[in-house]
Design a protein around this ligand. Structure first.
Ligand SMILES: Cc1cc2nc3c(=O)[nH]c(=O)nc-3n(C[C@H](O)[C@H](O)[C@H](O)COP(=O)(O)OP(=O)(O)OC[C@H]3O[C@@H](n4cnc5c(N)ncnc54)[C@H](O)[C@@H]3O)c2cc1C
Length: 655
């Protein structure tokens, strides 16, 4: 350590209350520089980042004289509140500020399961794809934490940030070389492909996820762009436009189904009420807090808030077991119109008759009433914002660090052991990993209560994605794909389509071009096109060997329906099978949404965030409330609240 760092450390050791000398002034300047760098997305063009590591330990007398100065200078609020770990380590304060390249720099780089460049490419700096920085010093494997989190997917990152901002000492161990789980991307010769995400709900209209990101202080670190116009459903006989706003949707549907005009009005009113009821019922799921209460206030008013739970929309509870098609059938008689309205079932993984009605219809209401959004530059930048904020609050993220085992002591989770043998101890262990992986690979058979293990074996995971990512030498959004997304179906019977998918046929294909919203993902004048379908996967039924054939069928379907001559424009083609996803994130069967979204496996019926193994918790799409990036973020936020709130502690004893 030189200059300022040396002075701070010396001051802390000697119990001095002041920072003196030229080194201190240099330190001031350096902190200002790094703070500026962070505000500019982690990088100030043309100015090389400077390494800065400050280590402050509590002196023998128990005072930390320079730590306050460090916090003020850094402009960071690093609070220490007692977490559940009260070992010898908690008597010392270790403040590690790693700002050598700015947090977004270190985590904004792209990653994907296929071969190819993880860094570089045209415009890489602008996109925030930088080489991995030094990361925290993790050689000391005797360290204790308040919480260790397995997996840095959106659920794990959200739980980590929720706890770190309350002063918990958090370590996240991620098996891949970058954080984000499904929120990652990769650059192939100038074309950037997201691993998964193409639209996020809960961001527009004061959505809950937006409020959580604001509470976390990272909402303005990512630019969310509205996905509008939104969706076109291509049926064999004709196409339907489904805009992302309520009045637009009403007029388009009435144009296409004039004889169902009254039903369409009834449906839109019904969806609005359902969405409102779903919001109010969040109070039961998450308890009362600033975000939930202000949303309930907005939808139910002060009287509604004050009289909760008597004003709880009990109707929604009675509809939890109803399938999506049956629920929509209460408002709409025409099965064709229902099939069109539910065309985005692919994004919840089950056809409307088997899919949870509350889940599908709230999703439809959010998509078509308050728009969907895309994080400009790629979803890995959202993960980067989380990772940066976690480190900023003293949390540590360990990459390339697969967890091999959850350590139990006296039947209680007490830490994790990594594949390389290092162990990290903590009072609380949170698994963001696949539920089956957690209970069958990270815990031994005798360590999981038998009844719980049997229940887990009965649960059904969702299907996996088969995805073809294309880099094209022309702009598809000006040559046939003017809307955000096209769903190409073989017919109006979604059950039949799903049955074909279960047989391994890419029966329905979604096609969208991310460069329509975020042109910087491809070279100028070029574009990216993502084709997705659902296919089952098992280790013994891998798609390797058949993948080119399936991809060719998907490309041909889009070529026939929308983009004649598409094949001649392909510069880059990358295929992702459910098996790739399994290898990348340990997702059971390459499942893309955690448990399948049938009525008995969503919302309150999904796995509790609290494990039957003491000290172990879950965050992410395998636990409540369900599927999707914003929902996984919600689950992490909900868990952090629960672990910090007296009501959560009471819940922990009974649920
Ligand atoms: C193709 C596809 C498209 C999708 N499109 C969208 C979309 O447009 N919008 C949307 O909202 N959602 C979408 N989803 C769903 C969304 O991506 C997921 O629901 C969400 O990412 C779940 O987040 P998570 O934190 O629960 O898990 P994940 O994102 O899966 O993260 C889990 C993390 O745990 C890590 N891990 C697992 N095991 C270990 C271990 N032993 N040790 C250390 N780390 C481990 C994994 O590497 C991973 O990083 C899509 C999913 C797919 C696959």
């Amino acid at each position: 350590m030189r200059g300022f760092c040396r002075h701070v450390a010396a001051g802390a050791r000697e119990g001095q209350g002041r920072i003196r000398g030229r080194g201190a002034a240099a330190g001031h300047r350096r902190f200002r520089f790094h703070r500026r760098a962070f505000r500019h997305g982690g990088h100030i063009p043309g100015v090389p980042g400077l390494g800065l590591h400050v280590l402050v330990r509590r002196s023998a007398a128990g005072a930390v004289p320079a730590a306050g100065a460090v916090r003020r200078l850094a402009g960071r609020q690093v609070r220490r509140t007692p977490g559940p770990c009260r070992g010898a380590f908690s008597r010392r304060l270790r403040l590690v500020l790693l700002l050598s390249q700015g947090p977004a720099d270190r985590y904004g780089r792209a990653f994907h399961p296929y071969d190819g460049d993880t860094v570089g490419g045209r415009g890489a700096r602008r996109r925030g794809e930088y080489r991995k920085g030094p990361g925290p010093d993790m050689n000391d494997n005797t360290k204790n934490y308040d919480a260790v989190i397995i997996g840095a997917g959106p659920g794990g990152l959200s739980a980590g940030l929720g706890l770190a901002r309350r002063g918990w000492k958090v370590l996240i161990a991620e098996k891949n070389p970058c954080p984000g789980g499904n929120c990652t991307a990769r650059d192939y010769g100038g074309y950037v492909f997201d691993l998964a995400v193409h639209q996020l709900t809960g961001i527009g209209g004061g959505g809950m996820c937006a409020e959580i990101l604001k509470e976390y202080g990272i909402f303005d670190k990512v630019e969310f762009r509205q996905v509008n116009p939104f969706l076109v459903v291509d049926m064999p006989d004709r196409s339907y436009r489904l805009p992302g706003d309520r009045e637009g949707l009403r007029s388009e549907l009435k144009k296409d189904f004039p004889e169902d005009a009254a039903d369409i009005d009834r449906m839109l009113d019904g969806l609005a009420t359902l969405k409102k009821d779903a919001l109010i019922s969040q109070r039961l799921l998450y308890g009362s807090n600033r975000i939930v209460d202000s949303m309930v206030m907005r939808t139910a008013g002060l009287a509604g808030l004050a009289s909760f739970p008597f004003t709880f929309p009990w109707g929604i509870a009675s509809r939890m077991h109803v399938g999506a098609d049956a629920m929509l059938g209460r408002w709409i008689k025409n099965p064709r119109l229902r099939a069109v309205m539910h065309s985005s079932w692919i994004y919840l993984g089950l056809p409307p008759r088997r899919l949870s009605g509350v889940m599908m219809n709230v999703f439809a209401a959010m998509q078509h009433m308050e728009h969907s959004y895309y994080p400009v530059g790629g979803s890995h930048l959202l993960a980067a914002a989380f990772a940066g904020a976690i480190e900023e609050r003293g949390g540590e993220i360990l990459l390339d660090a697969p967890v091999k085992r959850i350590i139990l002591e006296g039947g209680r989770a007490a830490g994790v052991e990594l594949a390389d043998g290092r162990t990290f101890r903590a009072g609380t262990v949170i698994s963001n990993a696949d539920a089956r992986h957690t209970y069958s690979s990270l815990l031994g058979p005798g360590e999981v209560p038998a009844r719980f293990a049997r229940g887990l074996a009965r649960m059904k995971p969702s299907m996996g994605p088969f995805r073809v990512c294309l880099g094209l030498d022309y702009d598809v959004s000006r040559n046939g794909l003017e809307e955000h997304e096209y769903m190409i179906y073989p017919g109006y019977d979604h059950e039949e389509t799903y049955a074909a998918m279960e047989r391994g046929e890419p029966a329905a294909v979604s096609a969208y071009s991310p460069t329509r919203i975020s042109p910087e993902l491809a070279p100028p004048g070029h574009s990216t096109l993502i084709l997705t379908t659902l296919l089952p996967w098992k280790p013994e039924r891998d798609w390797r060997g058949r993948e080119e054939e399936v991809a060719a069928a998907m490309i041909a379907a889009v070529e026939r329906k929308r983009l004649p001559g598409l094949s001649s424009h392909i510069k880059v083609k990358k295929i992702m099978t459910p098996g790739d996803l399994n290898r990348l994130t340990n997702a059971d069967g390459g499942s893309m949404y955690g448990w399948s979204n049938e009525p008995g496996q969503v919302l309150t019926f999904r796995m509790s965030p609290k494990s039957p193994v003491k000290g172990l918790y879950h965050a992410g799409h395998w636990t409540r409330p369900g599927t999707g990036v914003t929902t996984a973020i919600l689950s992490g936020w909900m868990l952090a609240n629960r672990l910090n709130d007296w009501r959560g502690k009471v819940l922990d004893r009974i649920v």
